[in-house]
Design a protein around this ligand. Structure first.
Ligand code: BTN
Length: 245
């Protein structure tokens, strides 16, 4: 669990709003944007009672086992989705690697994986001209509800037992600033290098009402994933739902 005083000491001059429990830090951050909170503000919680995931999914947010954070960002640099998602994914991946010694993979567009199971997810929403970036990292869970048990893992379940939560948060916040300032081109290069999913991976992708199976061909200039089906047809994937075939 996070020691807030220690976290504040590692992130001086940074507004941090922390909740024992709240519905979702995305909603708290959106509320703070409406109240004029500056870009850079970090909103976190020990527990979320209605954590939000991508595409209408929920985010399992049990008390004191995960890092649940939203960060208010100014839309500049890589604020177009998907480059923003690439930046957030890289930021989370590197923070996890540094804090745990593990070596996570990235699955386009927003999953951080350890041994093919999700240990973190990122998302972003626009709120009154600001971006609210949401990052959830499974740190200390020893088990998950049956419906996500086959898909989710935690740093602890993967062998990292002594993660310093404050360091993880501080590195994450610095990494977000660092990657979000990069050009789309650099982010596409870095993400392609860090992810095993971008080239030559056989995947199944859920599109509107149907799924396709094919080999990944790389990211296009906008950061979208290109998949070639066995009949040679190339499809540019505009939203998530990518899994191994
Ligand atoms: C995904 O579906 O992969 C994105 C998950 C994002 C979860 C984080 S936890 C902190 C923030 N608050 C939320 O309710 N969701 C995001």
């Amino acid at each position: 669990m996070l020691d807030l005083d220690q976290a504040r000491a590692l992130l001086p001059n940074r507004r941090i709003e922390w909740f024992r429990a709240t519905g979702s830090t995305m909603l708290e951050a959106a509320r703070l944007v409406k109240q004029g909170a500056p870009a850079g503000t970090v909103v976190g919680a020990d527990q979320q009672t209605a954590g939000i995931g991508r595409a209408g999914h929920s985010w399992h947010s049990e008390a004191e086992t995960g890092l649940y954070v939203s960060i208010i960002l100014e839309p500049n640099g890589s604020s177009a989705l998907p480059p923003l998602m690439l930046a957030l994914g890289l930021a989370a991946r590197d923070a996890i690697a540094e804090a745990s010694g593990l070596d996570p993979d990235l699955r386009w567009p927003n999953d951080v994986l350890l041994h093919e199971k999700k240990c973190a997810g990122v998302m972003a929403q626009l709120e009154l001209g600001k971006i609210v970036a949401g990052i959830g990292i499974n740190v200390g869970q020893t088990h998950f509800p049956p419906e996500i048990g086959a898909l989710a893992t935690s740093l602890r379940l993967e062998g990292a037992r002594n993660v310093a939560w404050e360091q993880l948060l501080a590195t994450l916040v610095h990494n977000v600033d660092y990657f979000v300032a990069m050009s789309s081109r650099t982010l596409i290069e870095l993400f392609s290098r860090a992810s095993s999913y971008i080239i030559g991976r056989r995947v199944c992708v859920d599109l509107d009402g149907r799924s396709i199976i094919g080999m990944t061909q790389g990211l296009d200039a906008s950061g979208f994933l290109v998949v070639r089906e066995d009949n040679g047809k190339e499809t540019t994937i505009l939203a998530g739902g990518v899994r191994p075939a």
